[in-house]
Design a protein around this ligand. Structure first.
Ligand code: HEM
Length: 428
C-alpha cells in the first residue's frame, strides 16, 4: 500500500465525514502531509447531523507525529482524559461516565479503578483463561471449516474476542449475540449499517448501553448469592471486601468499556492482519515457516498495521507549549495513533507490512502512560491463537472481495470480508 497525496494541507478536513469514507490510500496521504507540513494543526469540529443534537464545539488540535503523542501520553496532568477521551465532540458527561468508565477518568479516581480492575488481567488471571482461548478458537474454525467459504469478519475474527470477554465475565453463551449487537450499536454510532437506521443514534447507543448495564446488574446479583471464579465475582468481591469500591454503576460501565474496547479492536486487528498477509504472500510464507518464532514480532506488526483505535482525545489542563506550539488550558487535542504508527521518523518504510519488524514502538495500544491498554496481553494472545488456527487448518485461505469498511473516524473497522479456503474437517 502506498499513500496518495491528493489534497493540499489547506484542503485536508479531518472533521468532514467524507474524509473517512475516502480510499485508505488518500487518507494515509493526508496524514503524511500533516506529519510533514503541520504536525500540530488546528481543526474545526464536526457538524453534527440534526438527529444528534450536540452543539458544535470550538475545535481541536490534531497531533499526528509519534513523538508528540508520546509526550502527551506521558504527561496526563497536562493532557487529561477526564473531559472525555473517546470523542473530540463534547459528549454529555453522563454519557462519558456511562460508556467510557475509567478510560474517561483522571487520577486519583482512575488509578483506584485501574487497580481494582487490573486484578482480572494479571498474568495469573490470564493464564487461567489461556486454555479457553485455544478451545474457543478451535471451535470457531470448526464451525466454518467444511464450508469452504465464509465471511471472515463475522464468522472468524469477531466471535473470539466476544466469546472470551463473555467467558471472563461469566456471561452465558446464550447472551453472546445480544452482547455483540449492543456493542456494535455503541461503537458504530456513525454507520447506518450498525445503528440499524436508528432515528437518533445517540438514543440508540444509550439504550444499548442501558441494556448491557441491566445484564451486568443481573449477573452481579446472581454472583452475590452464588460466588464463582469469574471476573464478575472477583470485582464484586473487591467491591465488598476492600476499601476500594466499585459501585454497581461503575461495574456496569466497566463491563460496557470491556465489551466495546475489547471486541471491535481485536476483531479488527485480526481482520486487517489477515488482509495484509493475503496481500503480501512473502510475509505470509515467512510467518508460516516459523510460526512460534515469528509470532511476537508479527503480532506487534499486525497491531501497528491495523491501528484499530484511530485516535483518542485529551484536554489541556493548563497553558503549555508542545514542541513550540502554544496550547491553552481547555484546548482539546486528538492523538492520532493511526498516524503515529506510520511516522517515517520512527518506522523505516512505514507502509510496508513486515512481520519481523524490530524495533516496533507502535502506539496501537496507546502511548506510555496511565491509560495504556489494559487488555494488550489478552489481545496479543487472541491474535496469536487465531492465526495459529488459520495457518494450521485453513492454510490456503484467501480473501475474495474488497473489505467493507466501517464509516468511523474512531474505529478502523472492517464490517465484512469474504474468504475462501479448501474445506477440511472439524477437529474430533
Ligand atoms: C488489538 C486489540 C486492542 C487495541 C488495539 C486496543 C487499544 C487500546 C487503546 C489505544 C487504549 C488507550 C486509550 C487511551 O489512550 O486513552 C486502550 C485502553 C483500554 N483497553 Fe484496549 N485495545 C485492544 C484490546 C483490548 C482488550 C482485549 C481489552 C479487554 C478485554 C481492552 C481493554 C482496555 C481497557 C479497559 C482500556 C482502558 C485503560 C485505562 O483507561 O486505564 N483492550 N486500548
Amino acid at each position: 500500500m502506498q499513500p496518495r497525496r491528493t489534497k493540499t494541507l489547506e484542503e485536508i478536513q479531518l472533521s468532514d465525514p467524507e474524509f473517512w469514507t475516502a480510499p485508505i490510500e488518500e487518507r494515509e496521504g493526508a496524514f503524511a502531509t500533516l506529519r510533514e507540513l503541520d504536525p500540530i494543526r488546528f481543526f474545526q469540529e464536526m457538524e453534527m447531523p440534526p438527529e444528534i443534537p450536540l452543539p458544535k464545539g470550538p475545535g481541536y488540535w490534531a497531533l499526528t507525529k509519534h513523538r508528540h503523542i508520546l509526550e502527551a501520553s506521558r504527561t496526563p496532568e497536562i493532557f487529561c482524559s477526564g473531559k472525555g477521551a473517546t470523542s473530540t465532540v463534547d459528549l454529555p458527561p453522563e454519557m462519558n461516565e456511562f460508556f467510557g468508565g475509567m478510560i474517561n477518568m483522571d487520577d486519583p479516581r482512575h488509578s483506584v479503578q485501574r487497580r481494582i480492575i487490573s486484578r482480572g488481567f494479571t498474568p495469573g488471571a490470564l493464564q487461567r483463561i489461556v486454555g479457553g482461548v485455544d478451545e474457543r478458537a478451535r471451535r470457531i474454525i470448526d464451525r466454518v471449516i467444511d464450508k469452504g467459504e465464509c465471511d471472515f469478519v463475522t464468522e472468524i475474527a469477531a466471535p473470539l474476542p466476544l466469546e472470551i470477554i463473555c467467558d471472563m465475565m461469566g456471561i452465558p453463551e446464550s447472551q453472546n449475540q445480544f452482547v455483540f449487537e449492543r456493542s456494535n450499536l455503541i461503537l458504530g454510532l456513525g454507520d447506518p449499517d450498525y445503528n440499524l437506521g436508528a432515528q437518533n443514534p445517540i438514543v440508540a447507543a444509550m439504550t444499548a448501553g442501558t441494556e448491557l448495564a441491566a445484564l451486568m446488574r443481573e449477573m452481579a446479583e446472581s454472583r452475590r448469592k452464588n460466588p464463582t471464579d469469574d471476573l464478575t465475582s472477583g470485582l464484586i468481591h473487591a467491591a465488598e471486601g476492600d476499601d476500594d469500591i466499585l459501585t454497581d454503576a461503575e461495574l456496569a460501565s466497566f463491563f460496557i468499556l470491556l465489551v466495546v474496547a475489547g471486541n471491535e479492536t481485536t476483531r479488527n486487528a485480526i481482520s486487517h492482519g489477515m488482509k495484509a498477509l493475503c496481500d503480501d504472500p512473502d510475509e505470509r510464507r515467512k510467518w508460516a515457516a516459523d510460526f512460534e518464532g515469528v509470532a511476537p514480532t508479527a503480532i506487534e506488526e499486525i497491531v501497528r498495521w491495523a491501528s484499530p483505535v484511530i485516535y483518542m482525545r485529551r484536554t489541556v489542563t493548563r497553558d503549555t507549549v508542545l514542541d513550540g506550539q502554544p496550547l491553552a488550558a481547555g484546548d482539546k487535542v486528538a492523538l492520532w495513533y493511526a498516524s503515529a504508527n506510520r511516522d517515517e521518523e520512527v518506522f523505516p518504510d512505514p507502509f510496508r507490512f513486515d512481520v519481523t519488524r524490530t524495533p516496533n514502538e507502535h502506539v496501537g495500544f496507546g502511548g506510555p502512560g496511565p491509560h495504556f491498554c489494559l487488555g494488550a496481553n489478552l489481545a496479543r494472545r487472541e491474535i496469536r491463537v487465531m492465526f495459529r488456527q488459520i495457518f494450521e487448518r485453513l492454510p490456503d485461505l484467501e480473501i475474495t472481495g474488497e473489505p467493507e469498511r466501517l464509516a468511523s473516524n474512531f474505529v478502523h473497522g472492517i464490517k465484512r470480508m469474504p474468504c475462501r479456503f479448501t474445506p477440511g474437517r472439524a477437529a474430533a
